[in-house]
Write a protein that binds this ligand. Structure first.
Ligand SMILES: [Zn+2]
Length: 313
């Protein structure tokens, strides 16, 4: 797909400065720092806030600084302010795609921590990639404090890109979990489905995790048959999108259905249906009687939009 890298979270061509990771502290004095609070980046207007390394707000940050990138010769680090408690209502259950709340830190009162899925389409490509990278890495550290090999506590090294276990010597690296998300078509129609608990009227492309020992193509055929009972013949790759919620790489695939009868697995999805191109155009125009459009910025929206405009090649 020629325009694959125009999907949200792609195309920034970020210099990740791997050669600075072993000695990242040497670059802190001449750096910018982006801040996250419980996975939400600090944003002002349409941009991430870049703080000086000694900004007062960073006194609330955890010790570890992630080295994300190098831009204009300066390092860009990320700091995690998750231990800070904002004033206001209970914020215990904010990690959801419907979180519309924003939190302002008193040391940066003009900016707010916002849910990345709410801000992703208005950030620049560089800012979107920086925020997604930091969000995924901080989440990985939060749940990988102990060595998976021996159970001893591990420590972050390489500016946050590795954890080492002193007890057994094992090195651990950040995970990215591949997910196939598929545009399954039959003649003039596309297969969409919805999961239990989604907002009313929301349908999207079917998706599922790739299993160990499986190719992307086999995962597409297995998932579509498991979830919707539809068999798939030819499969091809279209585009990918890092999806930091928390650690997926969405692999956008195209598949041609060889059967059309739908038999859903109710443990996986609530409904699946075939939607014609004309109906999907109505969905995107907000004029369909019972289907709402996929979320802008998500790869499902990108793939459907390009299917409608015949720009998948
Ligand atoms: Zn160990």
């Amino acid at each position: 797909m020629k325009i694959a890298e125009t999907v949200t979270f792609a195309g920034a061509n970020l210099d990740r400065a791997a050669d600075w990771r072993a000695d990242s502290t040497a670059h802190i004095a001449d750096s910018d720092v982006i801040a996250l609070w419980r996975g939400k980046p600090l944003v002002m207007g349409d941009a991430l806030v870049r703080l000086r390394h000694d900004h007062p707000a960073l006194s609330d940050a955890r010790d570890m600084r992630l080295l994300l990138a190098r831009s204009g010769g300066r390092a860009i680090f990320a700091a995690d302010l998750s231990d800070w408690t904002p004033a206001g209502p209970d914020v215990a259950h904010l990690d959801s795609f419907s979180d519309q709340t924003e939190q302002a830190h008193p040391a940066v009162p003009q900016a707010t921590f916002v849910e990345l899925r709410s801000a992703m389409t208005r950030l620049s490509r560089e800012d979107a990639e920086l925020a997604a990278t930091a969000r995924s890495l901080f989440h990985w550290h939060a749940i990988h404090g102990f060595c998976a090999n021996c159970g001893a506590a591990s420590v972050a090294t390489q500016a946050g890109w590795q954890r080492d276990c002193a007890a057994c010597g094992r090195h651990h690296f950040p995970r990215t979990d591949p997910v196939v998300i598929m545009l399954i078509t039959h003649q003039n129609s596309v297969l969409v489905g919805r999961s239990p608990g989604w907002p009313e009227g929301m349908y999207s492309l079917l998706a599922g995790f790739v299993e160990p020992g499986e190719t992307l193509e086999a995962a597409v055929r297995r998932e579509v048959f498991e979830e919707a009972g539809v068999t798939v013949g030819a499969v091809s790759y279209l585009a990918s999108q890092p999806w930091a919620f928390p650690a997926s790489l969405m692999c956008g695939m195209r598949g041609e259905a060889t059967s059309t009868a739908i038999k859903i697995d109710p443990a996986e999805i609530e409904d699946a249906r075939w939607v014609t191109r004309e109906e999907m155009a109505d969905v995107f125009a907000g004029q369909h009687h019972d289907i709402k459009p996929a979320r802008p910025g998500a790869i499902a929206h990108f793939l459907l939009e390009n299917w409608l405009s015949d720009t998948l090649d």
